[in-house]
Design a binder for this molecule. Structure first.
Ligand SMILES: Cc1cc2nc3c(=O)[nH]c(=O)nc-3n(C[C@H](O)[C@H](O)[C@H](O)COP(=O)(O)OP(=O)(O)OC[C@H]3O[C@@H](n4cnc5c(N)ncnc54)[C@H](O)[C@@H]3O)c2cc1C
Length: 394
């Protein structure tokens, strides 16, 4: 039975980043295992685009935002591949619509408070100023907008493939189409059970997102995770130039629903999604058929607020969020079995994936994390107190 230094279970956005960082430190002795084919579309990480931004309304994420950009720079530098496209980014807040739905600090004040605290530059715009800068938008009039030039697009599918290629270049072994049936603490190490036999490693990183509890079943750990089936739609707008990345920013529109959108990227099409708009499901029960209600809702938003962004639908696709009750990441080792590290992205981790790869490497190699991750422990009340209320509605 070949002994590995570290085995990474799950090669989505977070697992592939961890595999690269581990291999770049350890060389051989590192194995990555994925149950499906590399680049499959059944999880959370396979699409052309994810929003990256410095705009964070909570300190635990704001502290990681700039280091995340640096981590992507390192990946781009070593691979010679562009992964991040800066387009500028808008947070547009429909104060009227939000009056009934607004919770906590997820608002323009929350973002600017963090910008001020972390010394990040930004611009505040009212609805008229928004339209004069980006006439593509058609606000109702009560909106306020926040612009930050560093925001942009992470090419998720490309990032995963680059992380995998770099990991290979550093000597990592990769097994795709190999479901891990169980992860078992085994003395100071870990046994990893596959159909082809049981492997042994000194350390294991579990980055299984929606499948995490299945993978962890034999460690005695079960996490209170909600899996949501999210959905995005690509529109074949005929107005390509108006929505080119150089002329149209990524945006988040906080109103009755929280929409987010992208310029033409990846496909010859714009893309729209709704944050936390999905229905509850499981990794096994999730469907691939887009929800017609959300299709309608997206089309309604587009025709009302960005009419030329729309066009014939190219396609809609579904994808999974895996969310703890407090919507915070999980980045920690199992208290009972510190040789096992767990990562869960809570539906908003891709922008941090390159940095999370580094942090998971710190945890797996028993050293202090290079950036503060106390907010993401496994021992926090949201994960240990069964009565802890979910901070979101499904
Ligand atoms: C529609 C949508 C939009 C999003 N937009 C953004 C955004 O704009 N910005 C942002 O920062 N984040 C965004 N996110 C969140 C982000 O994409 C996720 O947080 C991130 O991709 C999670 O990565 P992961 O590697 O943990 O999950 P996954 O990619 O799901 O990886 C888990 C992997 O583990 C594998 N696995 C599971 N069980 C086993 C097993 N037993 N054996 C072997 N392999 C196994 C799975 O097959 C899978 O490949 C979005 C997510 C969605 C769904």
């Amino acid at each position: 039975m070949a002994g590995y230094r570290v085995i990474v279970v799950g090669l989505g956005g977070l697992g592939s980043a961890a595999l690269y960082r581990l291999a770049s430190e350890l060389g051989s002795g590192v194995l990555g295992i994925e149950q499906f084919g590399l680049g499959h579309g059944r999880g959370a990480s396979q699409d052309h685009s994810r929003i990256i931004r410095l705009a964070q309304h909570q300190a635990q994420y704001a502290a990681l935002a700039a280091p995340a950009y640096k981590a992507w720079d390192e990946v781009e530098g070593e691979s010679g591949q562009q992964i991040l496209t800066r387009t500028g980014g808008l947070v547009i807040e429909d104060r009227v619509a939000r009056r009934d739905t607004a919770t906590g600090t997820r608002n323009i004040e929350g973002y600017t408070a963090m910008f001020d605290r972390f010394g990040v530059g930004y611009e505040l715009l009212d609805a008229d100023e928004l339209v004069s800068r980006w006439p593509q938008f058609r606000p109702g009039g009560d909106e306020q907008a926040l612009y930050q030039p560093e925001s942009g697009i992470i090419d998720a599918a490309r990032a995963n493939a680059v992380h995998i290629a770099l990991a290979r270049a550093h000597g990592a072994e990769i097994r795709a189409d190999t479901p891990v049936r169980a992860v078992r603490p085994d003395g100071d190490g870990v046994a990893v059970v596959t159909d082809g036999g049981t492997l042994r490693a000194d350390r294991v990183v579990v980055a299984g997102d929606a499948w995490s509890n299945q993978v962890l079943a034999e460690t005695g750990t079960t996490l209170p995770l909600t899996v949501l089936q999210e959905q995005v739609t690509y529109y074949s707008t005929p107005h390509l130039a108006e929505f080119a990345p150089s002329r149209f920013p990524v945006f988040m529109w906080h109103g009755r629903h929280n929409f987010y959108g992208f310029p033409v990227y990846g496909e010859v099409a714009t893309k729209l999604g709704q944050h936390m708009g999905g229905h509850e499901t499981t990794a096994q029960d999730r469907g691939f058929e887009p929800d017609p209600v959300r299709r309608e809702r997206y089309a309604g938003f587009v025709s009302e607020h960005i009419p030329r962004f729309g066009g014939p639908e190219l396609y809609s696709k579904t994808c999974l969020y895996t969310v703890p009750p407090d919507q915070n990441f999980v980045l920690d080792t199992l208290p009972e079995h510190p040789q096992i590290t767990v990562a869960i992205g809570a539906g908003h981790a891709f922008k941090f994936a390159a940095l999370i790869g580094r942090l998971l490497t710190d945890l797996a190699l028993d050293r202090a994390p290079s950036y503060p991750i106390d907010a993401f422990t496994l021992t926090r009340p949201a994960l240990t107190d069964p009565a802890f209320p979910r901070s979101f509605h499904v």
